[in-house]
Design a protein around this ligand. Sequence first.
Ligand SMILES: NC(=O)c1ccc[n+]([C@@H]2O[C@H](COP(=O)([O-])OP(=O)(O)OC[C@H]3O[C@@H](n4cnc5c(N)ncnc54)[C@H](OP(=O)(O)O)[C@@H]3O)[C@@H](O)[C@H]2O)c1
Length: 379
Amino acid sequence: MGALFDNHRAILGNGNMDRPMKVILTGGTGFLGEYLLAELLTCGHLVWCLYRSESRKLDTIRFLGSLGLPRSAESLHWFKGDVLDAADRWDDWRNEYPGLEDVDTLLHGAASTRLYMDEQGEPLRTNLGSARVLRKLVERHPMNVHVISTAYVCGLIQGAMMHEVNHPRGDFVNVYEESKWEAEQIWMGGATLLRPSVIVGHSETGRCTSFSGWYILFQAVHLLDRLLGANLGVDRLNLNIDIPADPGGTINMIPVDYVAKAAVRIIENPENHNKIFHLSHPSPPTHEWTMDFVCRRFNLGGLRFSRAAAPFAQPRSRIERMVWRQMQTIRFHFSNSPSFDRTNTDRATADLDVPPMSEARVAKLIDYAIEQDWGQSPH
Ligand SMILES: NC(=O)c1ccc[n+]([C@@H]2O[C@H](COP(=O)([O-])OP(=O)(O)OC[C@H]3O[C@@H](n4cnc5c(N)ncnc54)[C@H](OP(=O)(O)O)[C@@H]3O)[C@@H](O)[C@H]2O)c1
């Protein structure tokens, strides 16, 4: 595998990046993908964006238009297909879409972000399948490969520092994280692995199109707020609800615009290729800080994180049961609390500041999510 990719670099002759990259982007219509696409275009690279759905493509074109992108007709080309067909359909695509045969870079962001397995075998089907298929494609058509993974390929960790290395198979929080770890194994040594932590909305506007992960706590509390509005019998300032997690723990959240900027900055420099990068926040808020903020935001009290070791067998009240249910999918996220070393990322992006997670910024993210009804209303 290593020799194969060394060979690719020799063929490309990309000793330095003084010319635009010609990039195939997968997942360009997704939450992060739209920002990756915008950043690539802003930096003057030429992009061939794989898409599946006309309506998602139109949404993305509208989003790019709001940023004044693309700046020229030649810089962005769309080609339609499923990433799982990439190896089989490559020759057809090359014939159908002129210029595709000249691409030198693959930025692979497409994935299934389902946390648990469905009947179609997602997320394994797409996340492992795409790694296998694209690896096969790259054997035939040499490219520099950069893959969007996740910082949580480390599995369930209590407080330890995770380095930018290949992790041994962990005790995974869900099948999604396992699928991303498996995909990393397929690429290891032959692709740059970009590992964002939990991606949240834009650092200035709050714009977001995927309200999972970190947002779920806020959504649960917002729901509680609305329920209590209709129930005058409950003392909203003294709810007495425990959520089992270390109050000093963190969910590492990172704004989508930072992830996109850092990712493009990293892949532009060939010295960074085939290394691992944590696109994580150097100082994420603690659970305690977040809960204090959320209580003030919704004028609630008596919601708290209890220590991870606290008994968590039965909810003590109807309301506690409701909050736990609502947070079911991410309960483990709150008890998973790794820290992420950023040595490689800091070296590669020294002039790029990470937006601090200030109260004003978190308020902006929540306000935007509420305005969008947590993704239920069209963005
Ligand atoms: N969101 C996070 O918090 C987070 C954190 C760490 C890492 N990541 C990683 O970041 C990447 C982007 O995540 P996201 O949150 O932006 O996800 P997303 O909004 O669900 O976007 C996924 C993208 O992948 C495309 N896609 C999925 N299956 C495909 C297939 N078979 N063929 C072609 N395209 C396919 C989707 O196309 P359609 O538009 O047609 O559906 C969409 O463009 C993923 O690799 C994810 O694992 C995300």
